[in-house]
Design a protein around this ligand. Structure first.
Ligand code: NAP
Length: 288
């Protein structure tokens, strides 16, 4: 029976993996979070992995406070970079497969066509720098797959969808930036894609194609478009005012454009990816 260890499992993606794992019999899932496995602790990570002997590790643990990372880059680097090394050190020389999750914030946003994985990374923020460091640590292990995702949301945890819903219930109007373009990702879709990859490799006894892969939902939007759709779908009566990034000050710089080309993951793993609007409707049904 394949043993699959999930770190950071109390977050959005980890919780969605808990949901999707119920459809997969014959696998032994071990869900951990910082209280049971703190991946920034090298001794604990080595000990836990040595004892549980996973065939796969899916690292969902992350420091995701993009603005706060500007004032505490060491903490971001510890969790997003050094902790990934703790995992790959613990599985060095083994056949354990490693799936690590990264971010569209490793791209600089200067493109106007969807980013392919081969475009050189050039992060604009301390968070992006730490995520890129984590990718490099992950790829030191021969059996690692790095999945870059963007604008993640779920019915679990805190995210843009929940923030907009909360504010739209309380306010007559909301100001949302319309000069940043990307693609939302429903964490349930990403979790299902990850398990399709894992189960496909196990069932068909095929090699996992290590390397970097982009994954988001299909389609493109601005944060403004996303907010409008959330409010419309919720049936709320709140006016969304489009504003420019320069009028919404944040500590961290974010890419102006971070739409990702997903051909590589779709072709390699035969994935079909839902459009972001379709998935938003699914998530909103759970939130109602
Ligand atoms: N959220 C987004 O919009 C977004 C966008 C692009 C990429 N991503 C990437 O997608 C992945 C999943 O994101 P997510 O939104 O599911 O994250 P999340 O909801 O913030 O979950 C991350 C989990 O990791 C835990 N954690 C933090 N430090 C840890 C440590 N040292 N050891 C073990 N667990 C630790 C967190 O615990 P605490 O809550 O107690 O800190 C939390 O439960 C991450 O790699 C993230 O960078 C996310």
């Amino acid at each position: 029976m394949a043993i699959i260890l999930i770190t950071g499992a109390d977050g959005q993606l980890g919780n969605e993996l808990k949901v999707v794992s119920k459809n997969f019999y014959g696998y032994d899932f071990i869900f951990t979070d910082i209280n049971s496995l703190d991946i920034s602790n090298p001794e604990q990570t080595l000990e836990f992995i040595k004892n549980s002997r996973p065939d796969w590790i899916i690292n969902c643990a992350s420091y995701n406070l993009v603005d706060k990372a500007e004032s505490e880059p060491e903490t971001a680097m510890l969790i997003n970079g050094t902790a990934v090394k703790n995992i790959t050190d613990a599985i060095r020389g083994s056949e354990c497969k490693f799936i690590h999750i990264s971010s569209d914030y490793i791209y600089n946003g200067n493109s106007n066509v969807p980013y392919s994985e081969s475009v050189p990374a050039n992060p604009l923020s301390a968070y992006g720098v730490s995520k890129l460091a984590g990718e490099k640590e992950a790829l030191r292990h021969h059996g690692s797959m790095v999945i870059r995702t963007s604008w993640l949301y779920s019915s679990f945890g805190n995210n843009f969808v929940k923030t907009i819903l909360r504010n739209a219930k309380e306010k007559e109007s909301l100001r949302v930036i319309f000069d940043k373009t990307g693609t939302p990702t429903y964490a349930a879709d990403l979790a299902a894609a990850i398990m399709q990859i894992v189960s496909g490799v196990i069932r068909n006894h095929i090699a996992m194609n290590a390397g970097i892969y982009n994954y988001s939902n299909e389609g493109v939007c601005t944060w403004y478009d996303f907010a409008v759709e959330i409010i419309r779908e919720a049936g709320l009566n709140c006016n969304v005012i489009p504003i420019l990034t320069k009028d919404f000050k944040t500590d961290a710089l974010r890419p102006v454009y971070s739409v990702m080309d997903k051909s590589k993951i779709k072709e390699n793993y035969n994935l079909s990816i839902p459009h972001w609007r379709t998935s938003l409707v699914k998530c909103m049904k759970l939130l109602k």
